[in-house]
Design a protein around this ligand. Structure first.
Ligand SMILES: NC(=O)c1ccc[n+]([C@@H]2O[C@H](COP(=O)([O-])OP(=O)(O)OC[C@H]3O[C@@H](n4cnc5c(N)ncnc54)[C@H](OP(=O)(O)O)[C@@H]3O)[C@@H](O)[C@H]2O)c1
Length: 161
């Protein structure tokens, strides 16, 4: 099963200068708790933005560069490579971005975990448009707004109808 996990603002913005446009540690905590123990899949640019493999998870990086190698990550080179890898496991696989990789698997994804941040930020990468009629909301939890997390935000999970 393939799941997407991401955070977006009111305009579907997800990135700025290869970083996140906001600081929201409660969302990073949610990310860690939700993905821990599961394989995570990311584009090479998102990998470089994180800068290291994330512990406790099989890290898969997608790149077209045949000589890209990093200790602690599996490297795959095409959509087809990833889909055949995914078929071999019963685990829930989390696609964690970025924009190009979400676009690549938008037709294959089964579940969506989105953190909606009710703000408008500046940036340069957007989550693709989704036809929400095909998706059923199965859970919704407000985020806690405090000094370190100074926005209104909400954790939502959808499954494909
Ligand atoms: N808000 C969020 O939840 C969230 C989550 C993740 C990322 N982000 C943000 O998103 C931005 C990065 O997104 P992005 O779209 O620029 O980059 P990306 O999706 O992380 O990575 C793009 C790279 O993936 C590789 N790739 C793409 N299609 C491929 C294919 N079919 N086969 C093999 N490799 C393929 C290519 O690597 P090569 O060039 O090496 O070939 C491509 O340059 C950053 O700002 C990051 O902070 C936000």
């Amino acid at each position: 099963m393939i799941s997407f996990l991401w955070a977006e603002d009111e305009n579907r913005l997800i990135g700025k200068d290869n970083q996140l446009p906001w600081r929201l540690p409660a969302d990073l905590k949610y990310f860690k708790e939700t993905t821990m123990g599961h394989p995570i899949v990311m584009g090479r640019k998102t990998y470089e933005s994180i800068g290291k493999p994330l512990p406790g998870r099989t890290n898969i990086v997608l790149t077209r560069n045949p000589s890209f190698k990093v200790d602690g990550c599996e490297v795959l080179h095409s959509k087809a490579d990833f889909l055949s890898w995914a078929k071999k496991t019963d685990e829930e696989i989390f696609v964690i971005g970025g924009a190009e990789i979400y676009r690549l698997f938008i037709d294959e994804v089964d579940q969506l975990y989105v953190t909606k941040i009710f703000e408008q930020f500046e940036g340069d990468e957007y989550f693709p448009k989704i036809n929400w009629e095909n998706w059923q909301l199965v859970s919704k939890k407000p985020g806690i707004k405090d000094e370190k997390n100074p926005y209104d935000y909400e954790f939502r999970k959808y499954v494909r109808k």
